[in-house]
Ligand binder design. Structure first.
Ligand SMILES: NC(=O)c1ccc[n+]([C@@H]2O[C@H](COP(=O)([O-])OP(=O)(O)OC[C@H]3O[C@@H](n4cnc5c(N)ncnc54)[C@H](OP(=O)(O)O)[C@@H]3O)[C@@H](O)[C@H]2O)c1
Length: 282
């Protein structure tokens, strides 16, 4: 067959296209090659997935992407009022707890059937160097971003192990855990602690078929980041060193998270995926 094609000077791609069109078979344009594969891999098939920080900018996008992929999303936040909008828009369920309270987390998760978790709830804390840090703020950042995420894994993974269906957990870390960012000593440290929680959880939960990964977004202009990264003197040099030269959107963070949750990522665990336009590769 290869020789036949090589010998045939009339069977160009254009003429193949013309023949295929003439006899009415689907053309490459009418059959999106990736759509079938994406639908197969990204179908979360009604699996119950908890998303913390769901009332926030990135959390809301994650809820939208996961519900679009047929997950049963359980959106969590500190108050039910803050979750009303995303629940009405997507039909997700809601649950409330404060990430600093183990009691609230344990109570909220005790009766839940869970297959997956996205630890997206987070606190930006302070803009401060090591010599200026307010150690009370440091403690609070650690309490939400690292301790809170660990508590969610602690209580959610127990449910997931009991259910014996495997599962997937994605922790929303940051580029700030991968490289040194000025004035980010508290936030970067909390996300670096979260990265270790990701690796140890991957090690311990792997035998139960539960995968644990993290994503590391660059700046997304949500409320959390705009007050600092929106300043021209901060934004200009940062974007100048980034290969893609622009900030991320909420959807650009949510889509890789949906992939990491899906069966398309079934051999990926303990990984730290930058979603940073190349910021941390230079
Ligand atoms: N924006 C960025 O540039 C950026 C970059 C890298 C990583 N990230 C990470 O992405 C995640 C989402 O950030 P975002 O930009 O979407 O911020 P956001 O809009 O401020 O959302 C943060 C969410 O975390 C929740 N939260 C904060 N403290 C909590 C607590 N004690 N208990 C329960 N929930 C709490 C907030 O709930 P309430 O609604 O109750 O306040 C809010 O829904 C965070 O983990 C953040 O560190 C963000």
């Amino acid at each position: 067959m290869g020789a036949w094609l090589e010998d045939s000077d009339w069977m160009t791609p254009v003429s193949i296209w013309a023949i295929v069109s003439a006899i009415g078979m689907p053309t490459p344009l009418s059959v999106p090659k990736t759509e079938g594969a994406l639908m197969t891999h990204l179908d979360l098939d009604g699996r119950p997935i908890l998303v913390t920080g769901a009332a926030g900018g990135i959390g809301g996008a994650i809820v939208r992407h996961l519900t679009a992929a047929n997950a049963h999303v359980i959106a969590s936040g500190r108050s039910s009022d803050s979750l009303t909008q995303i629940a009405e828009e997507t039909g997700c369920s809601t649950v409330t707890f404060d990430l600093t309270s183990e009691e609230e987390i344990a109570n909220a998760l005790s009766g839940l059937e869970l297959w997956g978790v996205v630890n997206c709830g987070g606190f930006g804390g302070e803009i401060a160097s090591p010599t200026e840090t307010d150690i009370d703020v440091f403690d609070k950042v650690m309490a939400v971003n690292a301790r809170g995420a660990l508590l969610v894994i602690k209580h959610a993974a127990r449910r997931m192990i009991e259910a014996a269906n495997g599962g997937s957990i994605v922790n929303v870390s940051s580029q700030a855990s991968l490289v040194a960012l000025r004035n980010h000593v508290s936030y970067g440290s909390s996300k670096a602690a979260l990265d270790n929680i990701t690796r140890v959880s991957a090690l311990e939960l792997g035998p139960h078929g539960i995968r644990v990964n993290s994503v590391h977004p660059t700046v997304v202009m949500t409320e959390m980041s705009a007050f600092y990264w929106g300043r021209p003197e901060i934004e200009g040099p940062a974007l100048a060193r980034m290969p893609l030269g622009r900030w991320a959107t909420e959807d650009e963070i949510a889509a890789p998270i949906a992939f990491l949750l899906s069966d398309g990522a079934s051999m990926i665990t303990g990984a730290h995926l930058p979603i940073d336009g190349g910021y941390t590769c230079v």
